[in-house]
Design a protein around this ligand. Sequence first.
Ligand SMILES: *[C@@H]1O[C@H](CO)[C@@H](O)[C@H](O)[C@H]1NC(C)=O
Ligand SMILES: *[C@@H]1O[C@H](CO)[C@@H](O)[C@H](O)[C@H]1NC(C)=O
Ligand SMILES: *[C@@H]1O[C@H](CO)[C@@H](O)[C@H](O)[C@H]1NC(C)=O
Ligand SMILES: *[C@@H]1O[C@H](CO)[C@@H](O)[C@H](O)[C@H]1NC(C)=O
Ligand SMILES: *[C@@H]1O[C@H](CO)[C@@H](O)[C@H](O)[C@H]1NC(C)=O
Ligand SMILES: *[C@@H]1O[C@H](CO)[C@@H](O)[C@H](O)[C@H]1NC(C)=O
Ligand SMILES: *[C@@H]1O[C@H](CO)[C@@H](O)[C@H](O)[C@H]1NC(C)=O
Length: 373
Amino acid sequence: MKRLGIVWVLAALVELSCQTALSADDCTITEFSQVQSVTENCKDIVIQDLHVPGGQTLNLLLSKETTVVVKGNITFGYFVWNGPLVQINGTNFTIRGEPGHVWDGQGQSYWDGQGEWGSTKPLLFNVMADGVSLFEDFNVLNTPRHTLILSDSDRVTFSNWLIDDSAGDENVAPPNRFAHNTDGFALWNSTNIVVKDSKVLNQDDCVAIRCGSNYVVDNVHCVGSHGLSISVGFSNDSVKLNTLTNVVISNSVLEFGENGIHVKTHVDGGEGLINNVTYENIRLSGPINYGINIQQNYRNLPANTPMDPTPKGNIPITNLRLLNVVGSVDDSAVPVYINCAEGACSDWVFDNVSVSGSKVNDCNFSPEGFECD
Ligand SMILES: *[C@@H]1O[C@H](CO)[C@@H](O)[C@H](O)[C@H]1NC(C)=O
Ligand SMILES: *[C@@H]1O[C@H](CO)[C@@H](O)[C@H](O)[C@H]1NC(C)=O
Ligand SMILES: *[C@@H]1O[C@H](CO)[C@@H](O)[C@H](O)[C@H]1NC(C)=O
Ligand SMILES: *[C@@H]1O[C@H](CO)[C@@H](O)[C@H](O)[C@H]1NC(C)=O
Ligand SMILES: *[C@@H]1O[C@H](CO)[C@@H](O)[C@H](O)[C@H]1NC(C)=O
Ligand SMILES: *[C@@H]1O[C@H](CO)[C@@H](O)[C@H](O)[C@H]1NC(C)=O
Ligand SMILES: *[C@@H]1O[C@H](CO)[C@@H](O)[C@H](O)[C@H]1NC(C)=O
C-alpha cells in the first residue's frame, strides 16, 4: 500500500512537471537561446520581442500541427551574410502575427542601391512546408533583399501580409541607400500555393512564380514593384524546375513601379514550359517600363543593363489568358510588349485588355482578341 502511494505521488509529480513544461510561459520565446527547446517541446508557441543575433538564423523547425503567434518587434542584428534570417519548416502548422507586431529586417543597414549585385545581404524568410499550412497577418518591414522564398512545398497559404519596404524608395543617408531586389513572394517547385489579401511595397517582383503547379494569387496590392511576375528558366538541366503550370493571378492592383504583368523565360536556362496561366481582373497604373511585358529573351542582369532582344524558344508559353486587364502606364513606358521566339507562343487569349500610354505597343505575336497596334 505504502509503495503504491509513493508511485502515485511520483506520477502526480511527473504530471505536474509535464504541465509546467507545456505551460504558456515555457512556450514563449523572448530570448534566442530558448528557440531550440521551445520548438522541440511545444505546439502552442509565442514569439515575443525577440532579438536574433547577427549571423544567426531563427530556426522554426515546427513539429506537426504547431501554432505560432508572433507579438511585438522581432529584430535581427546586422551581419553581412546571405541569411536566411528566419527558416520555417513544418507540416500542417499555422503561424500568425498579432496586431502591432513587426518582423523588422532593418534593410536600411544593408541597402546600397545594388541589391544582389552589391554587398551581400540576407534573405528574410526561407520556407518549406506541407500538409496544409498557413501564414497569416504578417507585418514585414525593410527587408535587406528578398522577403520570402518558398520551395519544395505543398498546400501553403499566405494571407493578409503587409510587406513594407517603401523606406527603400528613398535615397536615405548616407547616399545611394536605395533598396533593390527586395522581391516579395518568390515561389519555387511547389504545388497548391495561395497568396492572398496582401500588400507589398517594394523594389522588385511583388510576387515571382518560378516553377511548380497550382498557384493562386488573389487580391494583392503591389506598390512600386517590378510586377506580378512569372519567371521561368533558372535551371540548366531540370525540365521540372523549368516548368510552371496552372496559375491564376486575379483581382489585384499594381501602382507605379517598373512593370504590371511580367512573364519572362530565361534564354540562359534549359528546356521547360509555361502552360495554363490566367491573369484576371488586374488594374495597373503608372509603371515606368511596361504595362504588360511577356518576353522570351530574359536574362538576369544588374539594374539598367540593356537586354539582348533576341528571344529563344527553350520555354514555350502556351494557354495564356489575360482577362479584364486595364490601366495606364507612365509616359516613359511601353503599354504592351510581347517578344516571342518563332513558334514558342501558342493558344493565347486576351479579353478586355486595355492599357493606355503615350508610346506604341511592341509585339511580334498576336494573342486572340487583341490588336497590338
Ligand atoms: C524594432 O526595434 C528596433 C531596435 O530597437 C528599432 O530600431 C525599430 O525601430 C523597431 N521597429 C519598430 C517597427 O518599432
Ligand atoms: C528546411 O527547409 C529548407 C528549405 O527551405 C531545407 O533546405 C532544409 O533542409 C529544411 N530543414 C529541415 C530540418 O527539414
Ligand atoms: C492537419 O491538422 C488538423 C488538425 O489541426 C487535422 O485535422 C488534419 O487532418 C491535419 N492534416 C494533415 C494533412 O495532416
Ligand atoms: C521539388 O520538390 C519536391 C517536394 O515537393 C522534392 O521532392 C523534389 O526533390 C524537388 N525537386 C527539385 C528538382 O528540387
Ligand atoms: C548554366 O550554364 C551556364 C553556361 O554553361 C553557366 O554560366 C550558368 O552558371 C549555369 N546556370 C546554372 C543555374 O547552373
Ligand atoms: C488550368 O488551370 C486551372 C486553374 O489552376 C485548372 O482549374 C484547370 O484544370 C487547368 N486546366 C488544365 C487543362 O489543366
Ligand atoms: C474590363 O476589365 C475591368 C478591370 O478588371 C473591369 O472593371 C471591367 O468591368 C471589364 N469590362 C468588361 C466589359 O468586362
